[in-house]
Design a protein around this ligand. Structure first.
Ligand SMILES: Cc1cc2nc3c(=O)[nH]c(=O)nc-3n(C[C@H](O)[C@H](O)[C@H](O)COP(=O)(O)OP(=O)(O)OC[C@H]3O[C@@H](n4cnc5c(N)ncnc54)[C@H](O)[C@@H]3O)c2cc1C
Ligand code: SF4
Length: 491
């Protein structure tokens, strides 16, 4: 993929102008908001201030990395536990490294408090998001199965047919009453003239997709990034927002050791769930829990040894999702687990006994945890967000125990030889919470339209705004929330 004709401008030029809209960060939350905003207001003057650089797909493949910035240097763990946080700093944000799995949140994920008496409900419902889920799925050309309509009303039709399933998947689906469905994914199952992307070839290197099959900002938001209304300054770290009289007046950023200010009428803050609250804390912008309730699900990878069944014959990296553990529901003491069936060698080929290389099945368990007030991002005067996180709560451990106890029954259609112990991964890459959405400033940072309760021309986008995480991948929901917010503000 070649370079896009983007209007990059200097920091001096960005600071010498006044902008209708300044967007902080260019990840999924920001660009879905901007897409809708430009549809409604194509003549406005928009500036994107991006901390990272523009690394083309070709550059990423040649250098085997998504960015020149080591993201681990962009936060500092201050608690006893040193947790790894994964995201990309660069134009397009974490759309560069994501694996493009795009399930929706389940309708019950929006009302956890109502259903269990614990945690909180969202101030919006699943139904509020349905039209925006559909728009986001259309934009990303999601490949999926219309069967999901039964569990996720308002789903069908998906823009692309689902990917080819594995033999193990077909055996799971042959069981009467199965809950085993093709994974919705932003990876093309068919080449199409609608997109420059190619068809997924199932190499399972999706953070650096060799054939550019997955949706990312650089291949999917060319229209937004090169829009005549949009100027972009890169390698520019936003430090804080200047407010007066309850509104943002300008955005302060630093480039090559020099400080600048860009004046704006509206500001969209989409700097990921560690940096967005850090910028708000530095700016003295309030609300209940700015920086708090930082959350990430536990990722437990499980290898299953199969007896006489060869795996790895699916058409994409993660072929299916099994809703059995999601449908088990929540109690006060445990949450849900999202169970995915993978088609890549997460654990390598099977070595024992020799010759049965493909007789294994990698499963991913996304284990829900509550987002706790004490886990969060702090401004301790340093240059980067100070992060305190204590994993995993008894709630998450109970959830994992429940999932593991259910696996033998769920996997009954398969010739299972052994379900091996779960391996807890250092990170799932789903950084959430810290600028939670809620009904008022006493319980949250932003309102149901993602507008800051405290500063009314500030919109916060991205996964930082999730009040609870559920157990599924978050990005489609963040995209839908951005589209909804932009439509309600300028539609
Ligand atoms: C390896 C990996 C795989 C993943 N796979 C999936 C998946 O399959 N499905 C799924 O739903 N999710 C997946 N995710 C998560 C997904 O990438 C994130 O949920 C999503 O990108 C979050 O969007 P965002 O807009 O909140 O943040 P981002 O997309 O990270 O965007 C934040 C932007 O802000 C910029 N920025 C940060 N600080 C500043 C600053 N101070 N000034 C200016 N700019 C700044 C960043 O450079 C970036 O452009 C994955 C994540 C990882 C790491
Ligand atoms: S499975 Fe392969 S082709 Fe498909 S998105 Fe991942 S890396 Fe790209």
């Amino acid at each position: 993929m070649g370079r896009i004709a983007i209007k990059f401008i200097s920091a001096q030029d960005a600071a010498s102008d006044s902008w209708d809209l300044v967007v902080v960060g260019s990840g999924m939350g920001s660009l879905f908001f901007l897409m809708k905003y430009l549809q409604e207001r194509p003549d406005q003057r928009v500036l994107i201030v991006e901390k990272g650089g523009y690394n083309t797909h070709d550059w990423q493949l040649q250098n085997l990395q998504n960015s020149t910035v080591d993201n681990h240097r962009t936060y500092r763990n201050i608690g006893e536990f040193h947790k790894e946080w994964a995201y990309t700093i660069g134009l397009g944000g974490s759309s560069n490294c994501w694996w493009a799995l795009t399930p929706r949140l389940h309708p019950d994920d929006f009302r956890i408090h109502t259903m269990t008496g614990t945690s909180v409900d969202w101030p919006i419902t699943y139904d509020d998001l349905v039209p925006y889920y559909q728009q986001a799925e259309r934009k990303m050309l999601i490949a999926g199965s219309d069967e999901l309509e039964e569990h996720y009303p308002g789903t069908a039709p998906f823009p692309q047919p689902h990917h080819h399933l594995t033999t193990a998947d077909e055996m799971m689906r042959a069981r009467p009453g199965h809950l085993h469905y093709p994974m919705p994914t932003a990876k093309l199952s068919l080449a199409t003239e609608e997109s420059s992307r190619n068809r997924c070839c199932s190499t399972s290197r999706c953070h650096l997709c060799p054939v550019d099959a997955k949706f990312n900002a650089l291949n999917g938001f060319r229209d937004v990034l090169s829009h005549p209304a949009v100027s972009i300054v890169v390698d520019a770290e936003v430090q804080m927002l200047d407010t007066a009289g309850g509104v943002v007046k300008s955005v302060q950023f630093r480039q090559a050791g020099k400080d600048y200010k860009a004046a704006c009428d509206l500001c969209v803050l989409g700097a990921n769930a560690l940096w967005s609250p850090f910028i708000m804390l530095r700016s003295g912008i309030g609300g209940h829990g700015v920086g708090r309730y930082l959350g990430e699900k536990m990722l437990a990878n499980v290898e299953v040894y199969l007896d006489g069944l060869e795996h790895y014959n699916g058409g994409t990296a993660t072929t299916t999702m099994n809703l059995s553990l999601l449908k088990d529901g929540r109690t006060k003491d445990r949450g849900t687990t999202f169970l995915i069936f993978k088609n890549g060698f997460d654990h390598g080929v099977r070595l024992d006994p020799p010759g049965r290389w493909r007789e294994s099945l990698p499963l991913g368990l996304y284990v829900e945890d509550h987002m706790h007030y004490d886990n969060g991002v702090f401004d301790d005067g340093g240059d980067v967000p100070a992060v305190k996180f204590a994993p995993w709560s008894p709630y998450a451990q109970n959830t994992l125990d429940h999932a593991m106890s259910r696996l033998p029954e769920i996997l009954k259609p398969l010739p299972v030889e052994e379900i091996r112990d779960p391996k807890i991964w250092p990170t799932l890459g789903h950084v959430q919470g810290t600028c939670r959405m809620g009904t008022d400033i006493g319980n949250s940072v932003v309102d149901r339209d993602l507008v800051s309760h405290a500063v009314r021309n500030l919109v916060v986008v991205g996964t930082s705004t999730f009040p609870t995480s559920g157990s599924v991948n978050p990005t489609l929901t963040a995209a839908a929330m951005s589209l909804r917010s932009a439509e309600r503000l300028v539609g």
